[in-house]
Design a protein around this ligand. Structure first.
Ligand code: PMP
Length: 437
């Protein structure tokens, strides 16, 4: 446990909490009317321990990341051991075993053809890198006018400016910035659900926009199969196959943003595998270190990487200070090894069954519009936006941690969650919705 934190419990948790509320921004928070906030003291396995001693089953895996749970002995040992060697060195002109080992794993495990690895430091940065790669690629081919991106409505790709320009423009979140964001193209999101009968019309809008505007489009970016923060929607693999074919037909790159879906979450190691396609550029992050620290990567095909390198700039124009951070790379290697050794696919299938079973009773509630599950992702979509000030405390009272947004009450648990814990988590979700949804 963290020494400072336990001291704070004994003497001044309230003061710390007050300081927090007055001085610290949290994600999407207000300084004048801050929402509820719960001080967490430590985390182990699938449990988050609050400073007041309550233990919560974590349904969020810290926003898709903590696939092995918290305080994992193997990840702890990897980090501790790496600290004895070096926590960070610059990556300009130097390399090290953790980066090389990570790149080997990524090249081997990601869809075929993605052989060149840019090790970024957060998901949003890996998206910025992908955008810049696509634009530099087209420029190097003598097609500088192909410098805009095409994205799906209801998509989400991050909060930095370039990534924001690719997020659904119809949602309020980024509207304020529209005047300064790069102007991109958008196409309707696929309508056919993952398990529904495919309707060929579903990819027609994509064909149309590509046929009209391909001369201005460097790349199509999408979240394969699972549109995350833009609605937690699961769409049909055939859409992805069509997208791949249409990108080839219209000479546009395909960027897959697997920051949320990568490393097993959707039931395949990478969601592109549901459609057996390879993108030209792939973004991964979040679960890459098992949630231990911030790291992401952008992988590109040899063709993309070599074309960029032979272009006017002679290099790829990006190099963050914490690129290739050895501590994060070392933990990422250990996390990936753990995933493979623990037979992640069996874990995710078991969680899928537990979520299907545990969330089914929510269908009986009048307030619920839909219940859907894919891999280790469970979603209850409400008819009306949830009242966070009621629902979240109702969940904490029942011993679970989730963070709903809008009409979506959803979980993406650590893969190590037991069947009993999963049953407790889902039952508490449904009960909390019943009283406060
Ligand atoms: N793309 C997707 C699909 C994501 O889910 C996220 C994170 N929610 C991002 C990009 C941005 O990643 P980060 O928050 O690490 O910058």
């Amino acid at each position: 446990s963290v020494p400072g934190a336990s001291q704070a419990t004994a003497s001044g948790a309230k003061t710390d909490l007050e300081f927090d509320r007055q001085h610290i921004w949290h994600p999407y928070s207000s300084m004048t009317s801050p929402g509820n906030i719960w001080p967490v003291q430590s985390a182990s396995g699938v449990y988050l321990r609050l400073e007041d001693g309550r233990e919560l089953i974590d349904g969020m895996a810290s926003w898709w990341c903590a696939v092995h749970g918290y305080n994992h002995p193997r990840l702890n040992a990897a980090a501790t051991e790496q600290l004895q060697h070096m926590s960070h060195v610059m990556f300009g002109g130097m390399t090290h075993a953790p980066a090389v080992e990570l790149a080997k794993r990524l090249v081997a495990l990601t869809p075929a053809g993605l052989d060149k690895v840019f090790i970024a430091d957060s998901g949003s940065v890996s998206v910025e890198v992908a955008i810049k790669m696509a634009i530099q690629y087209q420029h190097a081919r003598g097609k500088p006018q192909k410098n805009r991106l095409l994205a799906l409505e209801r998509g989400y790709h991050g909060d930095t400016l370039g990534a924001m320009s690719l997020c659904d423009p119809t949602r309020g979140m980024h509207h304020l910035f529209s005047g300064i964001l790069p102007q991109q193209f958008f196409v309707a999101a696929p309508q056919t659900g993952f398990d529904e009968d495919w309707n060929d019309q579903d990819s027609e809008p994509l064909r149309q926009i590509l046929s009209q505007h391909h001369q201005d489009i460097a790349a199509l970016i999408l979240e394969p199969i699972v549109q995350g923060a833009g609605g937690m929607r699961f769409y049909h693999p055939q859409y992805l196959r069509q997208a791949r074919a249409l990108c080839d037909e219209f000479d546009v790159l395909l960027i897959a943003d697997e920051i949320a879906t990568g490393f097993g979450r959707s039931g395949r190691l990478f969601a592109c595998e549901h459609a057996a396609i390879s993108p030209d550029i792939l973004c991964v992050g979040k679960a890459i270190t098992g949630g231990y620290m911030t790291l992401a990567a952008t992988l590109a095909s040899t063709q993309v990487a070599e074309t960029i390198s032979q272009g006017e700039a002679g290099c790829f124009m990006h190099g963050p200070t914490f690129m290739g951070n050895p501590l994060a790379c070392r933990v990422a290697c250990e996390s990936i090894d753990l995933l493979l050794e623990n037979n992640w696919q069996t874990q995710v299938q078991r969680i899928e069954q537990g979520l299907l079973q545990g969330l089914a009773p929510a269908r009986q509630l009048d307030s619920v519009a839909d219940v859907r599950v894919l891999g280790a992702i469970g979603v209850i979509e409400m008819k009306q936006p949830v009242d966070m000030t009621r629902l979240q405390p109702a969940c904490v009272e029942r011993g679970i941690w989730i963070r709903p947004f809008g009409t979506l009450v959803y979980v993406m648990p650590p893969f190590i969650m037991t069947d009993d814990e999963l049953a407790t988590l889902t039952a508490a979700m449904v009960a909390a919705i019943a009283v406060s949804g």
